[in-house]
Design a protein around this ligand. Structure first.
Ligand code: AKG
Ligand code: FE2
Length: 204
């Protein structure tokens, strides 16, 4: 029996055809708002830490965000809602595309005004675990003039700018799409997630 929303089927088709897709209204406005409030609370409580890059986990000028990882065994109510929906999508992608995705890892990210993340690939140099990247945006009333687009570089040399509107989920294949975060004139909040094909620490 197929109990997934029809939207999930469309996402699987888009990922198979294009390798990326934008999903508006992935959660309800109230659910998205609860996540945004929690991210702001964590930021105010100084529980976001400056992000690091790569296997060496070195601090870097390449990215200006601060992050807070979701703890799978201690999810808050808003995190549980988001994680359940992303996990349902993961199951659909496994069924439709046979990706063998075993889990999702997620963190809040807050970019202060002026901060960005230089062009990069999400697949870590020492690991092929990340298969699908997903970024869920938490910013109400975002305008193009605010900047802060995710610039996704396509195989034909063109690029697409995706703005971080509350409720929008961007998905792309981690190994195939370089991307960057352009600086914004205001704080920019998101949840960055990766669907993984095997558990951390697994040796193949
Ligand atoms: O926030 C975004 O739009 C993307 C963030 C990103 O590229 C990353 O965390 O790897
Ligand atoms: Fe990225």
């Amino acid at each position: 029996m197929n109990t997934q929303p029809p939207q999930f089927q469309d996402i699987a088709t888009a990922l198979a055809d294009e390798g990326w897709c934008v999903v508006p209204d992935f959660l309800s406005p109230a659910q998205t708002q609860a996540l945004a409030e929690e991210c702001r609370t964590l930021r105010d409580a100084k529980r976001l830490t400056p992000a690091r890059v790569g296997a060496l986990r070195t601090a870097t000028p390449l990215r200006g965000d601060s992050t807070h990882w979701f703890q799978v065994d201690a999810l808050s109510a808003p995190q549980q809602v988001f994680t359940d929906r992303l996990d349902a999508l993961r199951v659909t992608l496994n069924r439709e595309l046979m990706l063998g995705l075993v889990e999702c890892e997620s963190h809040y990210a807050a970019y202060p005004p002026g901060a960005g993340y230089t062009r990069h690939l999400d697949r870590l140099r020492d690991s092929d675990a990340r298969v699908v990247s997903a970024v869920f945006y938490l910013n109400q009333t975002w305008r193009v003039a605010d900047g802060g687009a995710l610039r996704l570089y396509l195989a034909d040399g063109s690029s697409r700018d995706i703005f971080p509107h509350a409720g929008t989920l961007l998905l792309f294949l981690s190994a195939q799409f370089e991307h960057e975060v352009l600086p914004a004139t205001r704080e920019r909040m998101s949840i960055a997630c990766w669907m993984r094909q095997h558990a951390p620490g697994t040796i193949f």
